[in-house]
Design a protein around this ligand. Structure first.
Ligand SMILES: Cc1cc2nc3c(=O)[nH]c(=O)nc-3n(C[C@H](O)[C@H](O)[C@H](O)COP(=O)(O)OP(=O)(O)OC[C@H]3O[C@@H](n4cnc5c(N)ncnc54)[C@H](O)[C@@H]3O)c2cc1C
Length: 454
């Protein structure tokens, strides 16, 4: 139900996949009566949640060799809520797609590592299969053509692996409007300030002021800025990491093919994916490079950027630790080279050839207009770069979410965590049984059960 009011029970700032998933979660699975969504652009999901910004992967942790067992267990429970949503609400082949996926080990060392990983991870993901060069020659011939080194892959053929998170955001909005809760959608409305006013929050925007009982800031890379302005999250600084892609000029792969992670490197290894927005053309990436911006293809005020970078001794210490490792230094230089206009493909082709040895630099082109920003968080106290999402739950009725990868895959898990916090705070019911029935696997990996036990 849509309505128009300057007073609301819950305000959500940001209409990407995180904000819209929360809107859906609260409207369908809680007794909350009114929710207002604020989005500064005229449409949902124009930034990182757009299908052009991210890799469209539903991260489970089965082929992502940068996840350890515990992280894979948590991510799989959370992201399976998206897969279950797609099945339960009949969005297969419109929002979520069953496509094969695998991680490819190249050379004896990586093969030994992959075999060891298969043994451990098979417990968590019993459907995983090992495919040698002979099998790969049939299912993904481009991986084997012209290849000299031995290879082995671990993968699966029939899971929901690919999601259009932009379409999913719009669908969450559409479904929330069918619920009895009052939903106000404010597109083209930029929140400029949030102020605590008595026991409520005053939300100032470019088009007027609103009052809300509780607030969730799902503004992507901007969330930490709002937190700092309100005196929260001072222990966090941000390292904005841009990610770009390259296209092969034709479709070369049927499956999502990930490469093995170098454990020293902070960001996920390059992969090849059939693209949902470009007729299945193969997209390679993402690259990873530090960028003085919070939104790809948009500029921001430099003062805000300095606030976020919070460059002090502890942040410089994290940069120093990163740069003193030879592998990381080489990685940063390589990624810088990948962005060089006109010649980046000459450097990036080396990453691609690990997947498809016969490809040449003139077979790939920079994917203009594709890519996004990953707001990586630095924990200043622990002097560490945090990989993955971060949440600031103030306990005072306002939550700030920072959502680098796999933020889109975990959108419903994160929304569930926030719904639990908000319902406790407001003293309203959260319909856990309905969530379990519609969004959870009926087993120990059910996210609702996992979170209940914490
Ligand atoms: C290159 C790349 C590849 C990735 N690949 C994957 C992948 O394959 N799988 C996966 O799960 N994740 C992936 N991710 C991560 C994923 O894209 C993000 O985690 C996810 O999109 C974050 O969603 P969000 O809604 O939190 O933020 P965003 O999508 O950034 O949305 C934030 C919204 O807040 C709005 N906003 C900001 N400030 C204000 C304000 N002041 N007032 C009102 N509105 C405001 C913005 O306009 C925007 O719409 C990838 C990211 C990148 C960059």
């Amino acid at each position: 139900m849509t309505h128009g009011s300057y007073y609301t029970q819950v305000a959500i700032i940001g209409g990407g996949i995180s904000g819209t998933a929360l809107l859906f979660m609260l409207s369908r699975y809680t007794e909350i009566e009114s929710i207002t969504l604020f989005e500064k652009y005229n449409r949902p999901a124009t930034l990182n949640s757009s299908a052009k910004a991210n890799s469209q992967t539903l991260h489970i942790g089965d082929i992502e060799t940068n996840y350890d067992y515990e992280k894979a267990k948590k991510v799989s429970a959370s992201s399976s809520m998206v897969a279950n949503f797609i099945t339960h609400f009949n969005y297969e082949d419109t929002i979520g797609f069953r496509k094969p996926k695998m991680v490819l080990a190249v050379g004896e060392e990586e093969i030994a590592e992959l075999r060891a990983r298969y043994k451990t991870f098979k417990v968590l993901f019993p459907y995983l299969e090992l495919w040698d060069a002979k099998v790969l020659e049939v299912i993904e011939p481009m991986l084997t053509k012209g290849r000299k080194e031995p290879i082995l892959a671990m993968g699966t053929k029939n899971k929901i692996t690919t999601v259009d998170f932009g379409k999913l955001s719009q669908t969450f909005i559409d479904l929330s409007q069918k619920e009895s809760c009052t939903v106000d959608l404010n597109f083209g409305m930029e929140v400029t300030k949030i102020t605590k006013k008595w026991d409520k929050f005053l939300i100032s925007t470019n088009r007027g002021e609103f009052m809300s009982e509780v607030v969730v800031v799902d503004a992507g890379a901007h969330s930490l800025l709002f937190a700092h302005e309100m005196g929260y999250g001072d222990d966090y600084a941000m390292l904005p990491i841009g990610g770009s892609f390259y296209f092969a000029k034709k479709q070369l792969l049927n499956a999502k093919v990930y490469t093995m992670q170098n454990p020293k490197l902070p960001f996920a290894a390059v992969h090849g994916d059939p693209d949902l927005t470009a007729d299945g053309k193969t997209r390679f990436g993402p690259t990873a490079f530090a960028m003085l911006a919070l939104e790809r293809y948009h500029h921001m005020e430099i003062l805000n950027l300095f606030d976020l970078l919070s460059i002090d001794r502890s942040v410089l210490g994290v940069y120093y630790d990163l740069m003193k490792d030879e592998d990381i230094r080489a990685y940063i230089m390589r990624n810088f080279a990948h962005e060089l206009p006109g010649i980046g493909n000459e450097f990036f082709i080396k990453e691609v050839q690990k997947l498809i040895p016969t490809l040449h630099s003139d077979d790939i082109e920079y994917a203009d207009g594709y890519g996004g920003m990953r707001p990586q968080i630095i924990d200043k106290k622990a002097k560490k770069l945090l990989l993955g999402e971060a949440k600031i739950n103030t306990g005072a009725g306002i939550i700030f979410n920072m959502t680098p990868s796999p933020g889109a895959s975990s959108c419903l898990g994160n929304a569930f965590e926030d719904a639990k916090i908000l319902c406790d705070f407001l003293g309203v019911d959260l319909l856990k049984r309905k969530i379990k029935k519609e969004l959870c696997d009926e087993k120990e990996y059910c996210y609702v059960n996992q979170q209940q036990n914490r």
